[in-house]
Ligand binder design. Structure first.
Ligand code: FAD
Length: 474
């Protein structure tokens, strides 16, 4: 690969940007002019672009994939074929940042969901109680959501998309203290796009650690908790006249005996996305017979019944890259100016917890709060530290159960982590109680902080049990 530092060729676009005054010599983060470059047009890139457009004269989203002008899966986002639930905190942010988008989703047939009433959910503690609550959202396919968000952003004059551009490195100033752009390949030709701020939103397979090393910085330490989870997904037409008391089904796994789970997600076009999930190597097959057999032996009957009754619309897609993986940029001592990273590029979760898109939205909110205060001091490492603070909660929620499944792949957990993991197990054992269920759902949807799970009514019996358990072990 050509080293980014040698990549000096200013192709047409780069020169055009120079003519427009988007120069790498421009001081970083000046006023509401300047150019921000977002690497990756996934949900993180879209949320980030939305925020950046309020602060930068021009925002360019560089995407290696083609960006379809209709809602359909993209080659470089293979996960979009699988169940994608937007947690309620994500719904709130989307509502605020993309006014009108929710109405468009609903008009296009995305079903509204009252989470606790419409979902048949089985967890280790039994079937969850069903009741009305204010936990109301909707259910849409990932690619409908992404397409609509992109459509909204295209209406803004200062946001531009560059599909078919693959970033291969960063451009920097002469002493590598500041990032001044990105080097990319489009139509087989290399070019440098200059910017005042470069945002890595290129997802789980981000090459940022390598790009930093090429500029003389360290790669970040990483944490991984790998519960060896795999997905298998098929889409179905909801049968005409189908009658049930649920719209959505969640069959959770339970350590150590129930390693298979599933989700039925209703989406636009009267379709179901049925995703089977298997932990610790108990992977759902991607052939028709194996898929049906896996569905048949799940802990609840709904998925098997639905799969038998419905007409499949797609083949079965598998997915295995599901480990919890955190690149700790916040722990680095040195970091170039003019660069930040967020989304899966920093921290990707086991998707079972449905946190990714909402964490992307929350990350963009942090970006907004930093930019609205002190644009010069707040970016760079300071941003990565703020982001890491927010990531602690979703990381804890995602890894608490996964630690047990992961066994030797669990990595290092602090005493506090282990305490929280044990505590959450006890909460899940009591989730059949309506107050515990409601509190847990608010936390799981990233609406309330985990501290709410320590209300005396929930915490006292759990702490009592944990204490007795510990004394008995002695
Ligand atoms: C199987 C599965 C199921 C999931 N289910 C859920 C769910 O239910 N709810 C939820 O909230 N989240 C879910 N997620 C997570 C969710 O998909 C992501 O966390 C979320 O979309 C944010 O991802 P991202 O934008 O950071 O990365 P991605 O969605 O991976 O997007 C990264 C983008 O960057 C582009 N890119 C990468 N490298 C380059 C480059 N060098 N140059 C230019 N472009 C580049 C890619 O083509 C891609 O478009 C799931 C994930 C998986 C794998």
């Amino acid at each position: 690969m050509t080293s980014p530092k040698q990549a000096t060729s200013e192709e047409r676009e780069g020169s055009k940007e120079k003519r427009e005054g988007v120069l790498s010599s421009r001081p970083h983060n000046t006023a509401s002019a300047g150019h921000a470059l977002v690497i990756g047009g996934g949900m993180t890139g879209l949320f980030a672009a939305r925020v950046l457009a309020d602060y930068f004269g021009r925002v360019t989203v560089i995407e290696r994939d083609e960006l379809p002008d209709s809602p359909r899966p993209r080659k470089d986002v293979p996960q979009s074929r699988h169940v994608h639930v937007l947690l309620l905190r994500g719904v709130q942010i989307l509502r605020a940042r993309f006014p009108g988008l929710e109405e468009e989703l609903l008009a296009l047939g995305a079903p509204p969901i009252s989470w606790l009433k419409d979902t048949a959910a089985l967890s280790g503690g039994g079937w969850l109680p069903r009741f009305d609550s204010d936990l109301n959202g909707y259910s849409a396919s990932r690619y409908l959501l992404e397409w609509l968000a992109r459509k909204h952003l295209r209406r803004r004059e200062n946001i531009h998309f560059r599909p078919g551009h693959r970033v291969i490195g960063l451009a920097a100033n002469s002493d590598n203290t500041g990032v001044t752009g990105a080097v990319c390949i489009a139509d087989g030709r290399q070019q440098t796009l200059h910017a005042n701020l470069v945002v890595d939103a290129s997802g789980r397979s981000s090459r940022l650690p390598r790009w930093l090393e090429e500029l003389g910085y360290s790669a970040p330490p990483e944490s991984t908790v790998n519960a060896d989870v795999a997905y298998a997904t098929c889409w179905y037409n909801i049968p005409d006249g189908w009658q049930t008391d649920w719209k959505m089904v969640l069959l959770a796994t339970h350590f150590p005996d129930i390693s298979g789970g599933a989700v039925i997600q209703p989406v636009e076009g009267r379709r179901w996305i049925v995703t089977l999930v298997g932990y610790a190597g108990d992977h759902p097959p991607t052939d028709e017979t194996g898929f049906a057999e896996f569905a048949r032996r799940l802990a609840g009957p709904q998925v098997w019944e639905a799969v038998r009754a419905a007409e499949p619309l797609t083949g079965i897609s598998g997915y295995r890259r599901t480990e919890n993986h955190w690149r700790h940029y916040e722990r680095l001592k040195q970091w170039p100016q003019g660069l930040i990273a967020l989304g899966d590029a920093v921290c990707a979760f086991n998707p079972v917890y449905a946190q990714g898109m909402t964490v992307s939205a929350l990350s963009a909110e942090i970006l907004d709060s930093v930019l609205s205060k002190d644009r010069t001091a707040g970016l760079g490492l300071a941003f990565q530290k703020k982001l890491a603070k927010m990531l602690q909660t979703p990381w804890q929620l995602a890894t608490s159960d996964d630690f047990r499944w992961a066994g030797r792949n669990a990595g290092d957990a602090t005493f506090l982590d282990r305490f929280m993991h044990r505590y959450l197990e006890h909460v899940l054992d009591r989730i059949h109680k309506p107050d515990v269920c409601l509190t847990f759902f608010n936390v799981a949807h990233l609406i309330s902080p985990p501290a709410t799970l320590f209300r005396p009514g929930i915490a006292l019996p759990i702490l009592w049990k944990m204490m007795w358990g510990a004394l008995r072990i002695r």
